[in-house]
Write a protein that binds this ligand. Structure first.
Ligand code: G3H
Length: 480
């Protein structure tokens, strides 16, 4: 349309009464690409009211029918992969191919939620009383899983579609309604995704999408008494949200500093390939699961760094439309933050494997060798194409560095010795440890983000999310 997009409320596309909009800046051109509505608190109230009403009848809609609608939405989402991917390219500078992959993966995720939901929600438990001391067999307990109510979903800019559906799919199959507050960068892709759910024919008000400024509707949404659960993915904002939220279940995924430990017996080619893929891929390292620090045994460090350097040299750098490996980071302030980490490392004597180069929001991939614990980059998340290498003299030193982090999302270890790998995995205080591969969330039915340290609360992955978005209801039959 005219570049200004409506929000989605009670099954309709609406303009905000505020008369105001929020600009979405294209990270590549740094010019306004689209505008979305700056919704008001009153509009948020209406959306939540509608969600509350719609949820009541949705919860009574047969599970197989809920699944059928989700399958339909998944198919429509996949049909719309190209226009949605184009939004991702313009809004978050995701490389064109990766943008398409994000949408296809999202369709698959929604279908999987429908399939998993009909299985795990289709069964409950039956307990009898006489296993507990002092009881006769006079009480029969039936358990089932019931929805929580209205779920608030807040996905981040790096997967505005995929990390929205990873909340929407589980929420809806479990009988909840859902209010989506997309990130500003990525809001139009999210609205287009919402359109696919609209076309699938979900009941009015069951899902809606409000856009706007965090300062205006952020706290209002997260502290709203009509919200029964918050599923958030993003940065530090999540910590603030969890402090302010009421007594409701929270599912939070707040980032990581995933370490990659390289032992002396590792396949260095495999390790180098995974370091480059893990550290720099899909939007220039802007992933919570990106490899964010390499901890390599000193005896193989020179060889590893050479191999990684050779692969970094082959990365293409440029606009997302050309499907370059390295594309502009999401905002200028993000680029400035990354540059701050780089300058700190420079001042403290890190070895630059490439020349530091930046044009606007585009930062060339950079490997920093000989990083030491006094440098910020050793601990902080750059969320960009800059990767520190710390040389270690023992495995313990590597584990110690990993465990000293305030994050605990994932980690990885490269070795040919499976026994060592398992021992290291046990010693690493992270929710997941990948043996001989870079960290990653998927496949999307695997448990993900197990709530360690500042990395989050609750657990994710399709099955865990469905369970998390339900509560157990028990009915006890008392025999005379
Ligand atoms: O940014 C956080 C995402 O959950 C990471 O997902 O491992 O599929 O890139 P990914």
């Amino acid at each position: 349309g005219d570049g200004e997009f409506k929000y989605y409320s009670d099954g309709e596309w609406k303009k905000s009464c505020s008369g105001k909009s929020v600009p979405i800046i294209n990270p590549t051109t740094r010019e306004t690409q689209f505008k979305v509505q700056a919704c008001t608190q009153e509009e948020v109230n209406k959306v939540i009211d509608a969600a509350k009403t719609a949820q009541k009848s949705w919860a009574k809609t047969p599970l197989w029918k809920r699944a059928e609608l989700l399958h339909k939405a998944a198919a429509i989402l996949k049909e719309h992969r190209n226009p949605i991917a184009e939004c991702l390219v313009k809004e978050i500078a995701k490389p064109a191919k990766d943008a398409v992959t994000e949408v296809v993966r999202s369709g698959d995720l929604v279908s999987y939620c429908a399939e998993e939901g009909v299985r795990i929600l289709g069964e409950g438990k039956f307990l009898v009383s006489d296993s507990f001391p002092g009881n006769e067999r006079t009480k029969y307990c039936l358990t089932s899983k019931i929805p929580l109510g209205v779920i608030l979903a807040i996905p981040p800019f790096n997967y505005p579609v995929n990390l929205a559906v990873s909340k929407i799919g589980p929420a809806l199959i479990a009988g909840n309604s859902l209010v989506l507050k997309p990130p500003t960068q990525g809001a139009v892709a999210a609205l287009h995704m919402m359109h696919c759910f609209h076309l699938a024919g979900f009941p009015k008000g069951l899902i809606s999408c409000v856009t706007g400024k965090g300062s205006e509707i952020g706290d209002f949404l997260t502290m709203h008494p009509g919200i029964n659960c918050i599923s958030f993915t993003g940065g530090d904002t999540g910590i603030a949200i969890s402090k302010k939220a009421g007594m409701i279940p929270l599912q939070m995924e707040l980032g990581g500093k995933d370490a990659c430990i390289i032992l002396e017996d590792a396949d260095l080619d495999l390790a180098a390939a995974n370091i480059v893929k893990g550290g720099f891929s899909y939007s220039s390292g802007q992933r919570c699961t990106a490899v964010k620090v390499v901890l390599v045994m000193d005896s193989v460090a020179d060889a590893l760094v050479e191999k990684v350097k050779a692969k970094v040299a082959k990365l293409t750098v440029g606009p997302p439309e050309d499907d370059c490996d390295i594309t502009p980071v999401v905002t200028e302030s993000s680029a400035n933050f990354i540059e701050g980490l780089v300058m700190d490392a420079k001042q403290k004597g890190a070895t630059f494997c490439q020349e530091y180069k930046r044009a606007g929001n585009l930062i060339w991939p950079l490997l920093l060798d000989n990083v030491r614990p006094d440098m910020r980059i050793a601990w902080e998340e750059p969320f960009g194409p800059v990767l520190p290498v710390i040389r270690i003299n023992s495995v313990e030193e590597g584990i110690h560095h990993c465990n000293a982090s305030n994050f605990g999302l994932q980690g990885c270890v490269f070795t040919r010795d499976i026994n060592k790998a398992i021992l290291i995995s046990d010693a690493m205080e992270t929710g997941t440890v990948q043996i001989n591969s870079a960290p990653a969330r998927g496949p999307d039915h695997f448990p993900f983000q197990q709530g360690l340290k500042d990395s989050g609360i609750g657990s994710q992955g399709i099955t865990n999310s469905i369970n998390m978005m339900t509560k157990i209801k028990t009915t006890v039959i008392n025999l005379p």
